[in-house]
Write a protein that binds this ligand. Structure first.
Ligand code: CA
Ligand code: CA
Ligand code: CA
Ligand code: CA
Ligand code: CA
Length: 638
């Protein structure tokens, strides 16, 4: 009888790999001739891992999943597991995921042999959305999320959130449905780069962004002959520590080593296998081993590969994540539709406050504090909106909202009555060619109300809004300038300061009074790391003695909070991430935002940050707004 020890002793069969050249390819990639050993185990997916200094083998056969060390079997789970995927949790524990095709169930186990010798079942979930052809974990250190891609072979993948901020979810949560090619056969994730690689049969390998809030753009990594190097169906992909990729072709069994951008570095045939299906890598300081397995009953082949040269890549530091607790109804149209919000406070009942938002195709949407759309004013292509309080219109006090109307480069005015109903209050023509951003200002000296509006050329105009008791008129009082395209802006009524975002460059400050000097000061620069262009929405918040300037850093889907006074120190940067309890997605690609520190009713007693979300997911829908309690932001600021 074979002892377990003998069973796992490597049978030292060295295979000659001399005649590796396929003969029909003229590529320049080196044909590697790695040392190959056949392991005395028949497994369709095979991993070797070292935990707390001990080697373990984890593998699937036609009828089960087994875990062993050199001496003995530690666990065995029966099932027809089509894929086995591992994710290290720390130096002593790994996470395993596998699909049991007998019952279309996803299994998640923790294997931590120092704690418990066997597999600890974390989740078992029936998957009804699709037949799963591969599984890939994605761990984002920056956003503190662990998710799992369920890759289907018929044009789609589901991304399930498993863990957020080190907390396991009660059950996996679908956070994104990704469109991938029909006939996708394998996936792999570069955790550090946030990249998802997808193999499209024998045709191509693609690279997508793995972040659930990222766009669905993809780039081509490799393609089949005659334009590229692929020859057979790619059955498995694995990432190496330097960000390069191993791709396994089925027949003839061939390993391709590709750089992150797809350049073919080396190839190696695995002639002992009739057909290859599984690939795992074990990378240690001095060695890199690939395990190639087959669903046929062939022995697992162990290949010693060259260790990548530049293996030091640091995981991104964790960024503060805050959760939205309310989202507005989705825009009925898909596409880049919603742009800029502004909060209106009800005079006596905070919970009856409203959120106004521009719809770039149609006009203005109004939402209540349940997020429900309560009014739509189809006045044309509005870009930005802002508001102030108390200006007579049609014989009684109203509040005023102004928006930039791109149809005719005018200011579109709205009167808001005390019940919160908006009325079209006419337009103010401008001589601008390409009207864009807008914000309002009420002078604390004179009480007069103004609209600042900018043009894509960098021109900023200031209009005074007057009332004769019944109607409003606007008059141009001053012009300012920034060097390139501005958009977001905000004015502080108390200090008389105007802040303007110059999209590609940074943030400017001007004096807001109509008789003040026109020279501006560039106070914050786009640095491509913290503040990443475009600079979009701007807002101000006063809390006690502190005044903060909040900016949407659209280029890295984050929000920055600066002191609103020199030297404009950065106080906080954060993202708005998934709220698993309320099933609200995070926000990204944010254009406009607004902040209030006054109550908006239950859940928002200290106000809210309101951001436009460029990609409304869970499920995929038209754009909307996300609300984060200001109290949660204050807690981070303090
Ligand atoms: Ca947009
Ligand atoms: Ca606004
Ligand atoms: Ca913009
Ligand atoms: Ca989103
Ligand atoms: Ca959503």
């Amino acid at each position: 009888m074979l002892s377990n020890k003998n069973m796992f002793k490597l049978s030292m069969v060295s295979l000659a790999l001399a005649a590796l050249l396929s003969g029909c390819q003229a590529d320049t990639a080196a044909q590697a001739t790695p040392a190959v050993q056949a392991l005395n185990v028949n497994a369709s997916h095979y991993y070797s891992v070292q935990l707390a200094g001990v080697d373990y083998q984890l593998f699937t056969t036609a009828t089960d999943l087994q875990v062993r060390n050199a001496e003995r079997e530690l666990a065995r789970q029966s099932g027809k597991f089509s894929r086995l995927t591992l994710q290290p949790l720390n130096s002593e524990a790994v996470l395993l995921a596998a699909m049991d095709t007998n019952n279309n169930s996803l299994y998640l186990w923790r294997f931590a042999p120092k704690e418990a010798p066997g597999l600890q079942l974390l989740q078992r979930q029936l998957i009804s959305s699709r037949v799963v052809d591969d599984l890939c974990f994605y761990h984002s250190t920056e956003n503190q999320q662990l998710s799992l891609f369920l890759m289907g072979g018929r044009g789609g993948a589901d991304q399930l959130l498993l863990q957020q901020q080190q907390q396991w979810l009660a059950q996996p949560l679908l956070i994104r449905e990704l469109n991938i090619p029909y006939d996708s056969t394998a996936c792999a994730v570069d955790h550090m780069a946030g990249a998802l690689y997808i193999a499209e049969a024998d045709r191509a390998i693609w690279r997508y962004q793995a972040e659930p809030e990222a766009d669905e753009g993809r780039s081509l990594v490799q393609v089949n002959k005659p334009f590229g190097q692929l020859q057979g169906e790619v059955k498995a992909l694995q990432l190496l520590s330097d960000g390069s990729v191993l791709a396994l072709e089925e027949q003839p069994a061939r390993l391709l080593h590709l750089s992150a951008n797809g350049e073919l570095l080396t190839t190696a045939l695995v002639p002992a296998l009739a057909e290859a299906s599984g690939l795992a890598v074990q990378q240690q300081a001095e060695s890199l081993t690939a395990y190639v397995s087959s669903e046929q009953a062939d022995a697992v082949q162990q290949l010693k590969l060259a260790v990548p040269a530049n293996t030091v890549r640091n995981a991104k530091a964790a960024m503060v994540q805050l959760m939205p607790t309310l989202q507005t109804e989705a825009a009925s149209q898909r596409g880049d539709v919603i742009d800029d919000p502004a909060v209106w406070h009800h005079p006596s009942a905070p919970a009856r406050s409203l959120i106004l938002a521009t719809d770039k195709r149609a006009g203005l949407d109004v939402y209540n504090m349940q997020g429900k759309r309560v009014q739509q004013l189809n006045v044309g292509r509005l870009n930005n909106v802002d508001l102030r309080y108390g200006l007579n219109w049609q014989g009684s006090v109203h509040d005023i909202a102004a928006a930039s109307l791109r149809d005719d480069n005018s200011l579109q005015l709205f009167a808001i009555d005390s019940s919160g109903k908006l009325h079209n209050a006419g337009k103010v023509a401008t001589n601008m060619a390409d009207i864009y951003g807008l914000c309002m200002y009420q002078s604390s000296k004179t009480g007069q109300q103004f609209v600042f509006v900018n043009d894509k050329s960098g021109l900023i105009q200031q209009y005074r809004i007057d009332t004769n008791g019944h109607a409003w008129q606007g008059s141009l009082v001053r012009s300012l300038q920034v060097p390139s395209q501005p958009e977001g802006c905000v004015a502080d009524d108390n200090s008389g300061m105007l802040f303007v975002g110059e999209e590609d460059a940074g943030i400017w400050r001007f004096a807001a009074e109509p008789d003040a000097a026109v020279a501006g000061e560039q106070i914050i620069l786009v640095d491509g790391e913290t503040l990443v262009d475009d600079v979009e929405g701007l807002a101000l918040a006063t809390h006690g003695d502190n005044q903060y300037l909040i900016a949407s850093s659209q280029g890295n889907d984050s929000y920055l909070i600066y002191d609103a006074a020199a030297p404009y120190a950065l106080r906080l940067r954060f993202r708005v991430s998934t709220n698993p309890q309320l099933a609200i997605d995070g926000s990204s690609e944010t254009d406009g935002l607004d902040v209030t520190t006054r109550s908006l009713g239950p859940g928002f007693e200290q106000g809210a940050l309101i951001v436009q979300d460029g990609r409304n997911r869970m499920p995929e829908q038209g754009q909307n707004l996300k609300l984060v309690p200001w109290a949660d932001i204050l807690q981070q600021l303090n």
